[in-house]
Design a protein around this ligand. Structure first.
Ligand SMILES: Cc1cc2nc3c(=O)[nH]c(=O)nc-3n(C[C@H](O)[C@H](O)[C@H](O)COP(=O)(O)OP(=O)(O)OC[C@H]3O[C@@H](n4cnc5c(N)ncnc54)[C@H](O)[C@@H]3O)c2cc1C
Length: 399
């Protein structure tokens, strides 16, 4: 950390998560003096009463195929840089094991296929019988079809992706401060960022990327039009032998024809920091949290929603009927959703603070491109030419 208290950084990026670390790296590569500021993952979630991140995991699905062309494009741009980031940082985070989208809803499969065609993604359309032949361990109901993104799909390890981006920030002679921010103040022509331990940081620009805790650090009266939603995941432990049998398993999105939770997603066997191997299953659509200001911390300290966890377990056993699991555990997480379905990459008029918000539940895979867009906005006042500023405008709740 720079010892001169009068030192003014070009940009202080607050939030050392997926989006903040990506933005800090792009700003560093663009030649700015950057401080990346945020706490590490708590050692015991149930006992931690501070802020949390939505990246405390070892697997996030990555795929270009989507029903929304914008989502496909930002994923494609990010995926195209994964290997370079791994090489430059020396940290691996990408497993290109393939991604499979399956559904009985024809319109859904058609939309996914259309975006794949438009972007020239390497994919294969699979009928019900082709799915059964290619992925014999999966059991899908009759009448489904699938899209298999064989070369670019798979998963990323979000913890390692953040480590890789952070390493590149340090390689560019910039710095990381492991602290939680309590306040941002505008003083003359710079910002003063205060941390919970009493440190003060001065910076010409500030970028807030604190995920679901962002509202807590942005000064001002207006409430951002963001919805905080709760997610529950089930981690099902596999024996080493079973994991070997499922070595070729792709990541999966299984979209239901009912609107309930919109279906489930599955990660293939992954070795977690406790050295055990788990298959993770989660629900695609997250439910809005009641009164996040009161409940968010308690939610992150908890094991999630028991009823949803039971439903996830039954979904898992239906999808992988021949696999036996030695143990199951659940975890909680949260995402923030914007009313626009796009990220907020903008400047707050009242304070002049830049924001990179609203992961919308799909931003781990696309975090590198979102970080690049935010870095461009800070440096030039506009998002890159291939995007439009109006799509990323911050919206406020009507009181
Ligand atoms: C269960 C679950 C499954 C998901 N699965 C996928 C998936 O398969 N594929 C995919 O692409 N996306 C997925 N996502 C979404 C993805 O994880 C999020 O979009 C992503 O984490 C958002 O990144 P972020 O940087 O905005 O927030 P985060 O990753 O949460 O990072 C925010 C950071 O800000 C820090 N912070 C908070 N407050 C402060 C403060 N006051 N001072 C300093 N730092 C602070 C936090 O500690 C944290 O490190 C999933 C999300 C969840 C919850």
């Amino acid at each position: 950390m720079n010892s001169n208290s009068d030192f003014v950084w070009d940009v202080c990026v607050i939030g050392k998560g997926l989006l903040g670390s990506a933005a800090a790296r792009h700003l560093s590569e663009m030649g700015l003096r950057v401080l990346l500021l945020g706490p590490d993952e708590p050692s015991k979630r149930s006992e931690h009463s501070g802020v949390f991140g939505s990246h405390y995991d070892s697997g996030r699905i990555t795929r270009i195929i989507d029903t929304d062309l914008y989502c496909s494009k930002i994923a494609e741009a990010s995926i195209s840089r994964y290997r370079d980031i791994e090489e430059s940082s020396g940290i691996d985070f990408y497993q290109a094991v393939g991604h499979l989208a399956v559904s009985p809803v024809k319109a859904y499969v058609d939309e996914v296929t259309n975006t794949a065609r438009q972007l020239d993604v390497g994919f294969k359309s699979l009928s019900s019988s082709e799915l059964a032949y290619t992925f014999p361990y999966f059991s899908f109901p009759n009448g489904v079809s699938g899209v298999y993104e064989h070369s670019t799909g798979g998963y990323v390890n979000p913890r390692n992706l953040i480590k890789a981006q952070s390493e590149m920030v340090l390689n560019a002679k910039n710095e990381i401060l492991t602290e939680t921010v309590s306040k941002i103040e505008k003083i003359k022509d710079f910002f003063e960022v205060l941390t919970e331990s009493g440190k003060k940081v001065r910076s010409s620009q500030v970028l807030v990327a604190c995920g679901v805790f962002s509202e807590g650090v942005i000064p001002g009266g207006e409430k951002l039009d963001l919805e905080i939603c709760e997610s529950t995941v089930l981690l099902a432990e596999l024996t080493e032998k079973n994991a070997v049998q499922l070595q070729q398993m792709p990541s999966l999105v299984f979209r239901h024809n009912s609107e309930i939770e919109k279906g489930v997603y599955l990660l293939p066997p992954i070795r977690y920091p406790d050295q055990k191997i788990y298959i993770k299953i989660g629900h695609s659509e997250s439910r809005p949290m009641l009164d996040p200001a009161t409940n968010l911390t308690n939610w992150f300290q908890s094991d999630g929603d028991r009823v949803l966890a039971d439903w996830l377990e039954s979904q898992l056993l239906d999808l992988l009927p021949d696999v036996s699991f030695s143990n199951m555990k659940t975890e909680s997480c949260a995402v923030s959703r914007s009313s626009t379905g796009r990220q907020f990459i903008d400047v707050i008029d009242e304070s002049g603070i830049h924001v990179l918000l609203a992961g919308n539940g799909y931003s781990a895979k696309s975090s590198d491109e979102l970080g690049r867009i935010a870095a461009h906005k800070i440096i030039s006042g506009e998002v890159p030419d291939e995007y439009s500023d109006i799509d990323f405008t911050v919206k406020y709740k009507r009181m």
